[in-house]
Design a protein around this ligand. Structure first.
Ligand code: ADP
Length: 381
């Protein structure tokens, strides 16, 4: 039986593992750079160091039986020396290997025959704009940094050659990727776990809504046809089995107007689009992840309410307020649960918390109205 799990990263994703850790009787030891990081408050022990500091991960390994990730911006080469010495990472480093760089990730998906947007690497090392002679694209295009992108940082939707050139100038010496702009009908996400024994559990597919490339709202379950669900199930199964993955994965998808599913991005960890599972499912994504990581059987991913809506509480100003009165108003909404990450500082766009509301039925209008009510309370001055 695993008793202590090391977690690389101490943000809200690690903080939200606390309830599940208690339930499963495991302790979390967290590697994170600052004592003010959310998960320090719930950790049995902390290794204070940046997530990419592999020497610190060696200390983490000395205190734990298995190590997992809430943040994948790690130094894989340095960590592999630890794996060679027998440190157990779940998911395994070989699972992270093809996923950490967005170009590698797209190539991996293409090699598996899974549907993705068309994409090209940009090689700017020889001067020029890095386009191969045989590559021609039409605007709009999407330019992405190959590594360390999150919450839309590093994703640029560009409508003209002039915008493209201006953005390239702002990103000197950064490895980049270009993809076709997908005029999606909706964005969906699949949250799925795979156990040590190869068992796979998939939560109900959700619809996500982004603003300026940042997730604002999640609707569970997504109103999609059984044929779309089947496409997604097949993608998830192929992907997790081929990776031989252990743990939970967030898989972001585009749904095209003709009901085709394309994979946008795979996160090898718990994911914002799965936060609704904390309140709306018997087994949360955090418990599911810890179950997989600890070698336990997976829990049931079924929802216990007909529908739910999750709204992110994003910072909209520079402040040290704890927004208590707004949180109380949000908590007073029927069926609502407020999750406040306890960050000491608010900045525009920073994820400070989220609200999930359990809904009595799948009426989409009701869910939209609830999201609007939450946002009007939160973003009102
Ligand atoms: P991050 O890693 O920062 O989350 P993503 O690659 O997931 O970045 O992109 C963030 C958002 O940008 C997506 O949710 C989507 O709304 C938009 N986006 C990304 N790639 C494309 C694309 N190829 N076509 C259209 N929109 C895109």
């Amino acid at each position: 039986m695993v008793q202590r799990v090391g977690v690389i990263g101490g943000g809200q994703l690690a903080w939200m593992m606390a309830g599940a850790a208690t339930k499963l009787g495991v302790e979390l030891v967290v590697q994170t750079p600052a004592t003010s990081d959310p998960a320090v408050a719930i950790a049995a022990d902390t290794v204070l160091a940046p997530v990419a500091d592999a020497a610190a991960t060696a200390q983490l390994a000395a205190q734990t039986e298995v190590i997992t990730f809430e943040n994948e911006f790690v130094d894989l080469v340095a960590l592999s020396a630890l794996a060679d010495r027998g440190v157990c990472f779940r998911p395994q480093l070989s699972v992270l290997q093809p996923l950490l760089d967005k170009y590698d990730q797209r190539s991996y998906l293409r090699n598996l025959g899974l549907p993705t947007p068309r994409f090209w690497a940009l090689d700017l090392s020889g001067g020029g704009d890095g386009r191969d002679e045989d590559v021609s694209w039409s605007f709009p295009i999407v330019l992405k940094t190959r590594r360390h992108g999150y919450d839309g940082q590093g994703t640029f939707i560009l409508r003209s050659e002039a915008e493209f050139q201006a953005t390239l100038e702002r990103l000197p010496n950064v490895p980049l990727l270009v993809e076709e702009f997908v005029p999606f009908e909706r964005e969906l996400a699949a949250i799925a776990a795979r156990s040590v024994n190869g068992e796979i559990a998939l939560y109900p597919i959700v619809e996500t809504q982004q603003e300026q490339q940042v997730c604002r709202r999640v609707f569970a379950p997504a109103a999609v046809s059984p044929a779309v669900v089947m496409q997604i199930e097949a993608i998830v199964r192929t992907l997790l089995t081929s990776l031989d993955a252990v743990g939970i994965f967030g898989i972001e998808l585009f749904l095209t107007p003709d009901d085709k599913v394309l994979v946008n991005e795979i996160a090898p960890r718990t994911h914002n689009s799965g936060h609704f599972t904390l309140d709306a499912c018997d087994t949360s994504q955090f418990e599911q992840h810890l179950r997989a990581v600890c070698g336990l059987p997976l829990g049931d991913p079924v929802m216990r309410s007909p529908a739910a809506v999750m709204v992110n509480l994003l910072g909209y100003e520079q402040s040290q307020s704890d927004y208590l009165s707004k949180r109380q108003q949000l908590a007073a909404l029927p069926g609502s649960q407020v999750h406040w990450y306890g960050k000491t500082e608010s900045r525009p766009g920073r994820k400070l918390g989220h609200v999930t509301v359990l809904l009595p039925d799948t009426d989409r209008q009701l869910a939209e109205q609830m999201a609007t009510t939450i946002e009007s309370i939160w973003y009102m001055p």
